[in-house]
Design a binder for this molecule. Structure first.
Ligand code: EPU
Length: 417
């Protein structure tokens, strides 16, 4: 097991290039299984979630070759195998195998997904979607078994605008007979990315990125080449880290439009944010004002940035209230930030943060974004070392984190526990 050691107090300076989006990659890789020939994905992030997914695909009989940030997936010889245990338990996004295998073979048996555990993460809306398409869903010794003789297009109204359910239904519906309409669909950019890939594979999808998505099912999908969108959560994390250290950082290879909520909030705090065509420059200030933040579905403030944002708010003057309307118990970073001297209390789905100085401590990342919050905190601490365990969570979603931070001037290294 490794731990991350950070001696804080150095303002981050320079340029950081953002890799492809984790939450797109973990949907696009299973989506490729719907094709009958090779799919090439470019700009993949180099993170452990992608590595695990590529192993799962090989276990299912797909040919997978990786070189740098490109992955070639040939699912021509894919087999319809049950996946009750093993690697699917390591990933939250293994639930996309349900929609992909159902679309390709008319059946899927998948163990319940693992991944970051920051509270209840039901998949009832995914199941509701599969059932609407005519599938029968049962519990097979703790695994979910889904079968359909023939998937048929249908109208599905999602009770909550779930990213995972929207994508999973799109995957299955692209091979259903007739048209499917998803109402109250999630609008996250990753959904548009999946629709772009499926369209290049030969599917007909309209309205991705809006609350109504229409999918015309087709009999066969073919291989293609697709480049993944930049990771808006990694980008937001570097923006926050730059501000928290009073630095000056160009966050490169981003789509500024995807960053509007975090950009607006940081400006409201007094951070200087310059928007360029495909980059954002953050110029830190010695002092920030407290602000209130509401984490919502896209285009609202991303729940995945709520944890690192909590850390930035500890560096603001006054009291900020941060409320997560997507995951009301996503607060595993807070006891650890308190160990670092933060003054935060949780009330319901809100964290009340009073600005104060942070100090170094031994802390534990309990999930991916909680880990990111601790990294930001450790960088902001003046001249003290923070020891972060649970690095395996951070490695699930941050490509080249240590190298990137070092290039920005941070004093950070890995040690074996
Ligand atoms: N929900 C339900 N029923 C469902 C599905 C979701 O009630 O069937 C609820 C959830 O409990 C939550 C809300 O709907 O309150 C939104 O959940 P959503 O389904 O959108 O989340 P997800 O698809 O499981 C993705 C990201 C998460 C990110 C959320 C919200 C992936 C692989 N994961 O999860 O990313 O927090 O959307 O934006 O795309 C992360 O990257 O650290 C991460 C956890």
């Amino acid at each position: 097991m490794e731990k991350l050691m950070i001696r804080g107090g150095r303002p981050l300076r320079g340029t950081v290039g953002i890799s492809g989006a984790k939450n797109s990659a973990v949907a696009l890789i299973p989506a490729a299984l719907l094709a009958e020939s090779e799919v090439v994905l470019d700009n993949l992030p180099i993170i452990s979630d992608v590595a695990v997914y590529s192993e799962i695909l090989q276990e299912l009989g797909a040919e997978v070759h990786r070189a740098g940030d490109t992955m070639r997936i040939n699912p021509a010889d894919l087999k319809s195998l049950p996946m009750p245990n093993g690697k699917v338990k390591m990933l939250r996004a293994s639930y996309y195998l349900m929609g992909a295998m159902l679309g390709r073979f008319g059946e899927a048996t998948i163990g319940l997904p693992g991944g970051c555990n920051f509270g209840p993460r039901p998949i009832d809306q995914h199941i509701k979607g599969f059932e609407a398409l005519g599938a029968v869903v049962s519990n097979d010794h703790g695994s979910i078994r889904i079968t359909a003789k023939q998937l048929k297009g249908a109208k599905v109204y999602l009770d909550v605008a779930s990213v995972g359910a929207t994508i999973n239904i799109m995957l299955a519906a692209s091979r259903a007979k007739g048209s499917t309409i998803i109402e109250n669909a999630a609008k996250e950019p990753e959904i548009i990315d999946v629709a772009t890939l499926l369209t290049a594979m030969g599917a007909t999808i309209k309205g991705a990125g809006t609350e109504t998505i229409r999918i015309e099912g087709v009999d066969e999908l073919r291989g293609c080449r697709h480049s993944i969108i930049p990771d808006r959560i990694q980008a937001g994390t570097y923006m926050i880290a730059a501000a928290a250290t009073g630095g000056n950082v160009l966050v490169d290879n981003v789509i500024p439009k995807h960053m509007e909520a975090i950009t607006a909030k940081m400006e409201e705090m007094g951070v200087e944010v310059q928007e360029l065509d495909e980059a954002i420059r953050i110029i830190g200030r010695p002092e920030y004002q407290a602000v209130d933040v509401k984490a919502l579905v896209y285009p609202g403030f991303a729940t995945d940035l709520q944890s690192p944002m909590t850390t930035l708010l500890t560096q603001a003057r006054g009291v900020s209230i941060l409320t997560d309307y997507v995951y009301g118990t996503r607060f595993k970073h807070i006891p650890e930030l308190v160990r670092m001297g933060a003054n935060i209390r949780v009330e319901g789905r809100s964290a009340i943060v009073e600005g104060t100085k942070l100090n170094g401590a031994k802390v534990k990342a309990a999930d991916l974004r909680a880990g990111a919050a601790l990294v930001v905190g450790a960088l902001a601490v003046q001249d003290d070392i923070t020891e972060i365990t649970g690095v395996e969570f951070i490695d699930r979603g941050y490509d080249s984190l240590v190298d990137n931070l070092r290039m920005l001037g941070a004093d950070v290294w890995r040690e074996t526990e």
